[in-house]
Design a binder for this molecule. Sequence first.
Ligand code: AVI
Length: 326
Amino acid sequence: MNVHVAVQTQAHRLDSNTAAFARDVLDGLTKPQKELSPKYFYDDTGSELFVEITRLPEYYPTRTELGILRGRAAEIAALIPPDAAIVEFGAGATTKIRLLLAAHQVAAYVPVDISGDFIITQAEALQRDFPQLAVHPLAADFTKPFALPPAVRDLPKVGFFPGSTIGNFEPQEALRFLESARDILGHGARMIIGVDLEKDENVLVPAYDDAAGVTAQFNLNLLIRINRELGADFDLSAFAHRAIYNRDQHRIEMHLVSLRDQSVHLFGERIGFRAGESIHTENSYKYSLERFRALAQQAGWTPARCWTDADAMFSVHAIETNGSRV
Ligand code: AVI
């Protein structure tokens, strides 16, 4: 039976999110280079493992970006009008936005994320700590166009997109995201974006293949999730995590490599793996300052300021549209 027919015949038993997950998994595993989307990493276990990753000695992006935001908070805040609404794309933990809010009072904060429950809890805590701030959590897929809450429509807007999440987009998707953010934030907006920088492979690869094996668990958790939610029979001991730096494409790639010839079953279908064959699970693009600025310009933004740490590991960019003001 054709794999799509296989999902279709089971679809009446699945809720719409699980049916979409099933279709994506079957599509991805039947491509010549098998692949799974990194957006499926973040079930409860995956989200906890990601927090653990951000604390690993090898994973420099989070602490380096925090260092830049802490050290440059006053300079960054100077670019944010006092009556502004900060719109955070993909808001998760509030550690980073708190650094900006502590340095500078703004009128409103709009955390946007697909997982509505999580941002509501975070927003409540933030509201307690910043009682003057109007907090408007918004449950939306921030990679697609969405409407801002009416209460902030007439305020100057500043987008906030930390963490180098832009690096998990393909270059075309990153361009589309920046264009869509410009349309959502509107004329006169600014945006503050964290972007990881290209560097030596000896630093990059361990950041995605740590000695404690947390990133390996994070990657393998995707197969655990597929077994649990879709009833597949992946043998976890027969797959290994691998991180490689693809210098030509400027990206770290994560893969799950089959350790032997084997078959996996999903919805009555048999998916064959040869020994050494991989499932490509994530790209994390690394930029030079110039390449990121060129991308921003192509999307209709003007690069305004840029800060890096002393070792040029990570960058924070301020970009603006015509008519931005402080
Ligand atoms: C969320 N994102 C920016 C992380 C990154 O560095 O690309 C995801 C990650 N994957 C493995 N380690 C961290």
